[in-house]
Design a protein around this ligand. Sequence first.
Ligand SMILES: [Zn+2]
Length: 251
Amino acid sequence: MAEATTQVKTQPGHYRQLLGQYEITALSDGTNAMPMDKLLTHTDPNTIRQLLAEKSLSPTVETSINAFLINTGKNLVLIDTGNGTQANSNVGKVQKNLLASGYRPEQVDTILMTHLHGDHFGGLVQNGKLSYPNATVYVSQKEYDFWLDPQHLAQAAPERKPAFQRVQDVFKILAAANKVKTFSGDAPLLPGITPVFAPGHTPGHTAYSIVSDGNKLLAWGDIVHAEAVQMPIPETTISFDSDMDQATKTR
Ligand SMILES: [Zn+2]
């Protein structure tokens, strides 16, 4: 009898599809278990549980953290960077999955940030070094000002200070390498790639519209966390949306 071959069991951490002339690769950073019946607000927990059940989901949802790699043929663009590699963690796999998908970090020339939460910007710098050494990092002026203002760090509640401090530490390294560009308005940043101001989750949260040959993709960042609930009831917001009413309007 032949010796059994060990099954891998896990899914690959990247998924690729074409969008017109552009190649899009979704890169998994890993997953977080979130008790949606406790974290979502403005909709009663029974309705939340029922809507999740209709999509065969339990109240605690294994939510995905993803980054998106866009090869336009001229530029290699990364939208968000995940948490950054962490010991003994279920997350922080974007760069590993980028390599597995057939690219190298040095090839990325542009990084677009949806917002400056740790699970989106954390992968920009690893051990004090740029994870994507040839990339210019774009962030909306409003988001940049919110997190980088020393006053905001000074005035933040004690439990919120580490989040501000981490942004400021990482962006200090990026700024020293002259790698940060801020933007306001909705002018395209690259051909077919346009910022869409989408505030509410954070003050300067930005989605990105990607259009090629009439095909369109919206990378909407964290404005939706539980599609099964927030698509039918957009008023449903999550406890860590910074401005819940604004987040509802944006959705
Ligand atoms: Zn977020």
